[in-house]
Write a protein that binds this ligand. Structure first.
Ligand SMILES: [Zn+2]
Length: 133
């Protein structure tokens, strides 16, 4: 899809840096309370595990927790929104409504771990009227 950016490479690089102690764990497990709240209540469950929890389990030599702790949350940014920070999208219906109302918005999907607060951008893509047709 046009305008879609994938951030999985950046995620792998960051996880590697945490693994090697270059980046402190606190720096990557800093999910904003509102993001955590959204992740808990409306986040889409993803089957993949949290890389930081996996690292902690490995170091403590305990088996990985099988309960999926990762959620996907979507934010939108755009000049039309008249706010500097992203707006959390609380439902598919809200995203459709925003896309219909604004000319140009950029959606960002963030993964967030409910256990440790790890959060990382996964992908971004345009939504809004300017992107239709
Ligand atoms: Zn985690």
């Amino acid at each position: 899809m046009q305008g879609r950016t994938d951030y999985r490479m950046a995620k792998r690089a960051l996880v590697r840096e945490v693994t090697h102690g270059v980046v402190p764990r606190e720096d990557v497990c800093d999910a904003h309370p509102e993001l955590l709240r959204a992740a808990r209540s409306v986040g889409a469950i993803v089957e993949r595990g949290c890389p930081i929890c996996a690292l902690a389990d490995e170091r403590a030599a305990v088996p990985a927790d099988a309960t999926p702790s990762m959620r996907l949350v979507t934010y939108v940014f755009g000049d039309d929104l008249r706010r500097s920070e992203g707006k959390i999208v609380w439902s598919e219906a809200e995203l459709a409504e925003l896309a219909g109302r604004y000319r140009s918005l950029q959606a960002y999907t963030v993964e967030c771990c409910l256990v440790c607060g790890w959060n990382h951008l996964m992908e971004s893509y345009p939504v809004g009227q300017a992107d239709v047709g």
